[in-house]
Design a protein around this ligand. Structure first.
Ligand code: PLP
Length: 439
C-alpha cells in the first residue's frame, strides 16, 4: 500500500532506515507518523465498492490494516526480500495464524525439537484440539533422512533458524529441499537471528515468522509479530485447497465468488491470514507498537552486531570458568554448529547463548539472586542484558523427558547479551559466581 521510493539496490543498512516509507505520502513527515485511528472514511460510494471488492487498495479498519503498521510490514518485507508481509499482535499470533492457515481442518506439522518453550507447549496442548498434530523430527540435523518422517498428512516443516535457548543452527537449505521435494512449505521462526543475521528466504524458506518483540525491535518495550511469504511456494495443490476455494467475500463486482489465488496471486498466504485470521481472530498490531518497532529497526545492524560480539566475548569467558560445565554458542570453535555458523552467518551468531552451571541447585539459585547488572527475566533481544533459568521458566512447560531432545538441560542458564560494556557484564557474572560458589 505504500510506494517504495528507495531503490531495491540499496544495501541493508540503508533499507532498514528508509524502505517502505515515502514522506511525500505522509505530509512530508520525516519520521513515520502514528496513525492512531480505528477506521478510515470512504471517499464516496465507488471507493467503498472498490475496497470491498479488492479492486482498489486502501484502508478500511485498523484491525486488518493501518498505515503505520504498513510501514513496518513493508520495511521488513524488503529487508527479507519477501513477496508480502503482515504485522500481527505478537510472535505467538504470527506462529498460530501461520500454522492454522496451513493446516486448519486437520493435518500434521513436522517440527524441529529445538524450539521456544511456548511454541513447543502450544503444539502439544492446543493445536491437537483443533485437529492439527505435531511430529517432533528425529532427523532434523540429518536432512538426508528427514523424508522418512514426512507423512501424506504433513502440511509443513517448522524450525527456528537460531533456536531459543540453545542457539542450535540447522542446515536450512537442505531442510527446504526435502520440504519442496514433498510439496510442502518450510516455515522458519527467524526471531533470534533477525533479518540482519540471517535471511531464511535466501536459504529456501517459504514462510518466515517473527516475534518482533525481541531483537527486531530491540528495546523490550512492545509485543509484536510478523509473517512473511517468499512468493515462491505453489499453494495450488489439493493439499492446500483452502487457497483455491472460492469465497463469496472475495467476489468480483458481478458477484462471482473467487479464490485467494485468483484475487491475490502474489500474496495468497498473507492475504488469507489478513482477511480470515487477523480479521476474525483479531490479534491486531497497534499503530503505536508498530511505530516503536520501526524506530527500533533503525538500529538493528548496530545492535545485533554489538550483541553478537558481546555474546561471543561472554561465551569465551564462560568457556574457561571453573563453575561452567558447557557453553552453547555457535561462534565458538568448539561448537558442533561452528561449521554451519561459518557457512551461513557472516554477520555474527546473535546475542543468545546458554551455559550449564556446575554447582548445586541451591548454588544456581544463589547465582540468580546475586546478579546485579543483568536483568533476571524471560525476554530476549533487549538493549539491556538479560539472564534466565530457561528450564524452570521459558521452557518450564517441558516435561523432564522432553528436555533431553530439546537440548534444555536442568542446569541451563540463558543469556541475552545487551548493549552494555562487556567488561561490566563479565564483572557482574564473576561476582555472582563467587557468591554462589561460597554457599
Ligand atoms: N518465537 C521465539 C523464538 C520466541 O523466543 C518467542 C518469545 O520468547 C516467541 C516466538 C513468541 O513471541 P511473543 O512473545 O512476541 O508472542
Amino acid at each position: 500500500m505504500s510506494n517504495d521510493t528507495v531503490p531495491k539496490t540499496h544495501l541493508f543498512d540503508t533499507l532498514k532506515v528508509r524502505a517502505g516509507y515515502d514522506p511525500k505520502e505522509h505530509h512530508y513527515a520525516v519520521s513515520p507518523p502514528i496513525y492512531q485511528t480505528t477506521a478510515y472514511e470512504f471517499r464516496d460510494v465507488e471507493n467503498a465498492k472498490g475496497l470491498f471488492s479488492f479492486q482498489e487498495a486502501g484502508y478500511l479498519y485498523t484491525r486488518i490494516g493501518n498505515p503505520t503498521v504498513t510501514v513496518l510490514e513493508e520495511r521488513v518485507r524488503i529487508l527479507d526480500r519477501a513477496a508480502a508481509a503482515i504485522g500481527v499482535g505478537s510472535g505467538m499470533a504470527a506462529i498460530s495464524y501461520t500454522l492454522l492457515n496451513l493446516a486448519e481442518g486437520g493435518g500434521r506439522i513436522l517440527t524441529s525439537p529445538f524450539l521456544y518453550g511456548g511454541s513447543a507447549d502450544s503444539f502439544k496442548k492446543i493445536y491437537p484440539k483443533l485437529g492439527v498434530y505435531f511430529d517432533q523430527a528425529k532427523n532434523i540435523e540429518h536432512p538426508e533422512r528427514l523424508a522418512e518422517e514426512i507423512t501424506p498428512d504433513t502440511k509443513a516443516i517448522y524450525i527456528e533458524s537460531i533456536s531459543n535457548p540453545s542457539a542450535v543452527l540447522l542446515d536450512v537449505d537442505a531442510i527446504a529441499k526435502v520440504a519442496h521435494e514433498h510439496g510442502i512449505p518450510l516455515v522458519v521462526d527467524n526471531t533470534v537471528a533477525t533479518p540482519y543475521l540471517y535471511n531464511p528466504i535466501a536459504h529456501g524458506a517459504d514462510i518466515v515468522v517473527y516475534s518482533a518483540t525481541k531483537g527486531l525491535s530491540g528495546h523490550g518495550n512492545l509485543i509484536a509479530g510478523l509473517i512473511l511469504e517468499s512468493g515462491h511456494f505453489d499453494f495450488s495443490s489439493e493439499k492446500f485447497s483452502q487457497f483455491s476455494e472460492k469465497y463469496y467475500t472475495l467476489r468480483d463486482q458481478s458477484g462471482t465468488p473467487r479464490s485467494y489465488l485468483e484475487v491475490f496471486p502474489a500474496s495468497p498466504f498473507t492475504s488469507r491470514i489478513r482477511l480470515n485470521y487477523l480479521n476474525y481472530f483479531g490479534a491486531a498490531l497497534s499503530p503505536f507498537d508498530a511505530y516503536l518497532a520501526i524506530i527500533g529497526l533503525e538500529t538493528l545492524s548496530e545492535r545485533l552486531g554489538k550483541q553478537s560480539h558481546t555474546a561471543h566475548t561472554l561465551a569465551e569467558y564462560l568457556s574457561s570458568h571453573e563453575a561452567v560445565e558447557w557453553v552453547r554458542y555457535p561462534a565458538l570453535k568448539s561448537s558442533p554448529y561452528h561449521a554451519l555458523y561459518e557457512r551461513d552467518f557472516a554477520r555474527g551468531a546473535g546475542g543468545i547463548l546458554a551455559f550449564g552451571f556446575k554447582g548445586t541447585q541451591a548454588q544456581r539459585e544463589a547465582f540468580f539472586d546475586a546478579v546485579k547488572l543483568f536483568n533476571y527475566h524471560v525476554n530476549i533481544g533487549d538493549a539491556r542484558s538479560l539472564i534466565v533459568n530457561s528450564p524452570q521458566t521459558t521452557h518450564g512447560e517441558l516435561e523432564p523427558h522432553e528436555k533431553v531432545p530439546a537440548d534444555v538441560p536442568e542446569n541451563l542458564i540463558r543469556i541475552s547479551a545487551g548493549l552494555e560494556d562487556p567488561a561490566d557484564l563479565i564483572a557482574d557474572l564473576e561476582q555472582a559466581f563467587q557468591k554462589a560458589l561460597s554457599i
